[in-house]
Design a protein around this ligand. Structure first.
Ligand code: SF4
Ligand code: MSK
Length: 662
């Protein structure tokens, strides 16, 4: 089961796809139908690591020209993808650190430290002195210390000490504690070159080390610096889906990943002079929206709406309402440029790393960030009168986002005693059966959002608290699943916790790099007490139901190497080798306590996730999960009580008590 027969379950996407079909526009969905994936490459059995090949290891061909076995080829292909994913996150983190340094040295005047508390916390972890020091000096030293960890050759990344002690020991014993962020990427690229590491198990150890350099290095630094520069997220309400575009306003979409640029766009669209200029062109205002993870960054800090996840990027242009789309890095389809040319949309690349043939290039420069953002907003306004036919689907949902790990502890214990204790207690009591991170992309090889939506609904129904990032978070946002009003669909125990804390059952925790917030939550739960001593002891799972990117593989691998059972949907890049599957499942479970499995069927993913959560509960000696025990308190009963009042039933203290079963 991989979908419902449609290309998307999103009604807005369905509407735009009908238009695309009727009017002959090509999209990722139509191209995916036309281009059948090569089964040899898809399953990991095609090697093109040297030019004696490519070697396709199928049928009677069991070795490449160089003699490489199928297991080696499959493991090597996966490892290379992980290196690319880790490099992407790492480079994003490096750009954040360079901007923090520039801001501290007065070379990026539009950026300031917004969250001093976070800066001090990070300084403390990194061993940067901060008492009686100027904020800019601390920021400078923090940036320099982080930048040094990219090129560090020996020792260990400092952030490893944020993991539980037991976890750190496992990494050291296996020799997979990352030394430096760039070092591990280069090491993995080197060992996957022809004639190097040719033992699948050893290759995959190298892959874990590289992925850990992403999770506990590049990505974690990125999250922290973003919070320092733009503020740690706290809950706010905004909207999700194509219906967030406005017919009577200038629509600008930011797409990509780095918030350095999109945060400046937020400032620019609020400039009174530019708003006035937009009015002079006949628009009622300027509407900024996002796509992919840039959307998640601006959504959870600034309440900027998202118009969709990965597979919706072309559909946004098809509305004819986008006056300008500005992109930075990652997950940007080249197809956007020829599509934009068929509408009035200005398509602008901004990163020095990313040019797309045919796009307008306005290079972003941190030293005059706001000025460039204003230039782009003006370009969009000037383009507003050029609009042709506009078709904006009405569909839009509300979403509550912005659950940083700092806010979660605050929600659980207030400023005075912020902690994960109440969450751990709820898991111990069985009110919360376990925790699941449901993250990752869309993939046109399966129905858009179908698996995300199905899995999240099933998990919350079964009292599993769900935390989300990336395009998975946007999927839930589009279906109104990140609202406290979801309570009707939530299992009785989890509902009680949500009612008591005000947390929704599905928490939006940010972008792809913010998966590190989930690592932090898991570490803090493990060290809080009562749920073992390590991340691997927790009744928790990680799921990427519709993944497609190399970054997703790096994320899945660092979670597995951190002790989490990770399930990936859609298809398996290691299908060709039973040995590689065995190593990453039973093998890793034995050595690192986590594992990574590829399972196509969303129902089977839910079954395995719940089975694993219950297995971990049993290992901790916790009571067997029993939903019938809970649900006897809280708003649900209050609602029944109010309904009885409405129906004119006699309501006294006695009847209220009997109604509540007290
Ligand atoms: Fe073929 Fe070996 Fe070259 Fe790979 S490295 S393409 S298996 S000869
Ligand atoms: S944007 S990596 S499609 S989650 Fe981070 Fe979405 Fe996946 Fe890109």
């Amino acid at each position: 089961m991989s979908g419902n027969g449609y290309k998307s379950i999103d009604p807005a996407a369905q509407e735009m796809l009908r238009i695309a079909e009727e009017e002959g526009y090509e999209t990722v969905f139509s191209r995916a139908e036309e281009i059948k994936p090569c089964p040899i490459g898809r399953d990991g059995a095609c090697c093109k690591h040297c030019f004696m090949g490519p070697c396709r290891l199928v049928g009677k061909t069991t070795r490449g020209v160089c003699g490489a076995t199928l297991d080696t080829v499959v493991a090597r292909n996966l490892a290379r993808a992980i290196a690319a994913g880790a490099a992407s996150h790492g480079d994003h983190g490096r750009d954040m650190a360079l901007t923090l340094l520039a801001a501290a040295e007065g070379e990026a005047p539009d950026y300031q430290v917004k969250d001093l508390q976070k800066l001090l916390e990070v300084a403390d972890i990194l061993g940067v002195p901060y008492r009686d020091r100027d904020e800019k000096e601390i920021a400078r030293d923090v940036a320099l210390k982080i930048l040094a960890e990219f090129g560090q050759q020996k020792g260990e990344l400092t952030y490893l000490k944020r993991a539980p002690l037991r976890r750190q020991e496992i990494w050291r014993k296996l020799g997979i504690a990352p030394r430096g962020i760039d070092r591990e990427v280069v090491d993995l690229l080197h060992r996957t070159h022809i004639g190097n590491d040719q033992d699948a198990e050893h290759l995959l150890l190298g892959a874990m080390r590289c992925a850990l350099a992403d999770g506990w290095g590049g990505s974690m630094f990125s999250t922290d610096i973003t919070d320092i520069l733009f503020g740690s997220p706290a809950p706010l309400k905004t909207r999700a889906n194509l219906g967030a575009l406005k017919e009577d306003e200038v629509n600008i979409i930011v797409h990509g990943h780095e918030p350095l640029f999109s945060e400046m766009m937020v400032l620019a669209v609020n400039d009174p002079e530019l708003i006035e200029y937009a009015r002079s062109k006949g628009a009622k205002g300027i509407n900024l929206a996002g796509i992919c993870c840039t959307a998640n960054e601006t959504l959870m800090r600034q309440g900027i709406p998202t118009v969709g996840n990965f597979l919706s990027q072309e559909l946004a242009l098809l509305t004819g309402a986008v006056d300008l789309m500005a992109v930075d890095v990652q997950c940007i389809m080249q197809a956007l440029v020829p599509l934009a040319e068929q509408f009035h949309t200005k398509f602008v690349t901004t990163s020095p790393k990313v040019r797309i043939k045919g796009a307008i290039h306005v290079e972003f420069d941190e030293s005059r960030a706001l000025e460039i953002a204003k230039e782009l907003v003006k370009m969009a306004i000037d383009n507003f009168p050029n609009r042709g036919k506009v078709r904006i689907p009405k569909h839009v949902s509300e979403v509550v986002a912005g659950f940083s790990h700092e806010y979660i502890t605050y929600a659980l214990g207030g400023y005075y005693r912020a902690s994960f204790r109440p969450l751990n207690d709820a898991v111990i009591q069985g009110r919360i059966r376990g925790v699941a991170g449901v993250v990752g992309c869309n993939n046109p090889r399966s129905t858009q959002d179908y698996a995300h939506e199905y899995i999240v609904r099933e998990l919350i129904k079964n009292d599993v608290l769900v935390v989300q990032t990336g395009c998975g978070a946007i999927a839930s946002a589009k279906y109104g699943m990140m609202l406290p009003e979801m309570m009707e669909e939530v299992g009785p125990g989890l509902r009680e916790i949500c009612e008591a804390t005000g947390l929704p059952p599905v928490l939006h925790m940010g972008s792809c790099v913010d998966n590190t917030r989930i690592l932090t939550v898991a570490s803090q739960m493990a060290t809080e007490g009562g749920l073992g001593e390590d991340i691997a002891d927790l009744p928790a799972v990680g799921i990427a139901p519709e993944w497609m990117s190399e970054k997703a593989l790096a994320i899945g691998t660092y979670f597995a190497a951190s002790g989490v059972y990770v399930l990936f949907g859609v298809g398996s890049p290691i299908k060709a080798s039973e040995e590689v599957q065995r190593i990453m499942s039973e093998g890793w479970e034995r050595t690192v306590g986590g594992k990574l499995e590829f399972v196509e069927d969303p129902e089977e993913i839910v079954r395995r996730a719940l089975e694993h959560i219950d297995k971990k509960r049993a290992a901790l000696g916790l009571e067997e999960y029993n939903p019938a025990k809970f649900g006897k308190s809280g708003d649900r009963l209050m609602l029944q009580f109010l309904k009885a009042l409405e129906e004119g039933k006699e309501v006294s203290l006695y009847s209220a008590k009997s109604l509540l079963g007290a």
